[in-house]
Structures are given as structure tokens and as C-alpha cells.
Design a protein. Structure first.
Ligand code: APR
Length: 229
């Protein structure tokens, strides 16, 4: 097996203390996603959206990668085949664990972009509606996050990798949001083996050839150790 594609979701960061979205007490039980995670919400009240992401940026800054992030960084270092790590997460815990090539299909909390000239840059800890774009100095700036209704990033690269994969592994995601929730079917149709590592069966569990339930900090290091032999 020399081509692995991994998809991670909020469950991989849960044991670092970052809330998931749809579990009890999750982010979408506390906020209305229409107000804080859609282009329409940003147009209507950009200050509210900045407040939401400023709070998440502050919260993320105080968290540390966990054993699952560390295990995936070890896999990236030691695996001799092709590895693509795609994450739906916007936190930077994979990078802080040492991962060098993380494909952030939903964007990054620590990055910002100009809504006018598309200039991308490292987000300040606190963003506000009055922050001008550092490049064009005119555009309104926004978190470099993919909102509901927007096209995720790097989809062509992801589809190419899924179509060539020997193994697709989904870690810590509920399988609620497309296109990520459909990756397993693409990989399976291309002949890849498929494995779900999750605390509980996801919505897409029936599409996986194999599945293991448990906390990511336990089952991800175990799986990585098996792969590296
Ligand atoms: N270990 C492993 N899995 C866990 C753990 C844990 N410690 N804790 C929770 N999980 C699992 C849950 O069982 C659930 O299946 O993580 C999953 C989290 O699901 P969601 O909260 O729906 O998060 P996610 O799947 O990443 O959401 C996808 O939806 O809101 C959008 O853009 C947002 O990227 C996000 C996307």
C-alpha cells in the first residue's frame, strides 16, 4: 500500500479541548451557523462573524495538539509512500504537531483574506470590520474560512488523490457535510480500501469496508503504528 488519503474532522481535535460541531454542546448548538458561517451572514452582520472567529482563534491559541495529531505527524514523517492529509478543521493543531503538508479544504482560522482583491495573509488574533486589506487597503477583510454555500478549497487535487488511493481513512468526522462526506464513495469506487476511525459510527459508516470506534488519541496512534510496522 503506497498511496493513503486521510480526512480529519473536528473529532481529531476534541481531546485537545476544541469543541466539535454536532455533538452535545457543539458549536452549532451554541451559534446559528446561518448567522456566523455563511456569506449572507457576513454581509448582514460582519461584526458578529468577526466576533465568532475571534473567539475561536483565541480559544484555539490556548489549546495543544493531542496524541492523534502527533501520530499523524509521525505518519507524515515516516511513511515512505504518498500521503495526503486533508482536514475539514480550520484549527492549526495538525501543523503545531509537526505536519508540513495539510490540505485545509475548509480554510484556516489563522489566515485572513480580502473580500475584494483576494489577498491572503496571517490573521491578527482579533479581526474587525474596520481592518483594511493590507494589500489593496480598500477591501473588507474576512476570515479565510470556507462558509456554507461556498466551494471548498483544493477539490481537484483531492479528487485526483482519492482516485489513485490504495487506502482512504476518515478520522473524527460525522459525515454530515459534503463534499467531504462523499470522499469514501469516490475512494471505494476507485478500488481503495476504506477505514473509519471515530468515537462512534458516522452517518457514512455503511460505506466503509472497515471501522474502529474509540477516542482518536487511542485508536489513531494504534493504527499509525500498524501502518508503519
Ligand atoms: N475521538 C474520535 N472521534 C470523536 C471524538 C474523539 N475524541 N469526539 C468526537 N468525535 C466524533 C464524533 O462522534 C463525530 O462523529 O467526531 C465527529 C464530529 O462531528 P462534527 O461535530 O459534525 O464535526 P465534523 O464532522 O468535522 O463537521 C464537518 O461541518 O460545520 C461544518 O465546516 C464544519 O468542518 C466542519 C464540517
Amino acid at each position: 500500500m503506497d498511496k493513503i488519503v486521510i480526512l480529519t474532522g473536528a473529532g481529531v481535535s476534541a481531546e485537545s479541548g476544541l469543541g466539535t460541531f454536532r455533538d452535545a454542546g457543539g458549536v452549532w448548538t451554541q451559534y446559528d451557523l446561518e448567522e456566523v458561517a455563511t456569506p449572507e451572514g457576513f454581509a448582514k452582520n460582519p461584526g458578529l462573524v468577526h466576533d465568532f472567529y475571534n473567539a475561536r482563534r483565541e480559544n484555539c491559541k490556548n489549546k495543544a495538539p493531542n496524541a492523534a495529531h502527533d501520530a499523524l505527524a509521525r505518519l507524515e514523517r515516516e511513511f515512505t509512500g504518498d500521503l495526503m492529509l486533508v482536514t475539514q478543521n480550520v484549527d492549526d493543531l495538525h501543523e503545531r504537531a509537526g505536519c508540513q503538508n495539510v490540505v485545509h479544504m475548509h480554510g484556516e482560522l489563522m489566515r485572513a483574506r480580502c473580500a475584494l482583491c483576494d489577498h491572503r495573509y496571517d490573521a491578527p488574533l482579533v479581526m474587525g470590520v474596520a481592518d483594511p486589506c493590507p494589500a489593496c487597503e480598500r477591501g473588507p477583510t474576512r476570515p479565510d474560512i470556507v462558509w456554507f454555500g461556498e466551494m471548498p478549497f483544493f477539490m481537484d487535487d483531492i479528487y485526483v488523490a482519492l482516485s489513485a488511493a490504495d487506502l482512504f481513512v476518515s478520522i473524527g468526522t460525522s459525515g454530515s457535510v459534503y463534499p467531504a462526506a462523499g470522499f469514501v464513495q469516490i475512494a471505494d469506487a476507485a478500488g481503495a480500501d476504506t477505514l473509519e476511525l471515530n468515537l462512534e459510527p458516522s452517518l457514512g459508516i455503511s460505506d466503509f469496508a472497515q471501522a474502529r470506534q474509540g477516542p482518536a488519541t487511542q485508536i489513531v496512534p494504534e493504527w499509525v503504528a500498524e501502518i508503519l510496522g
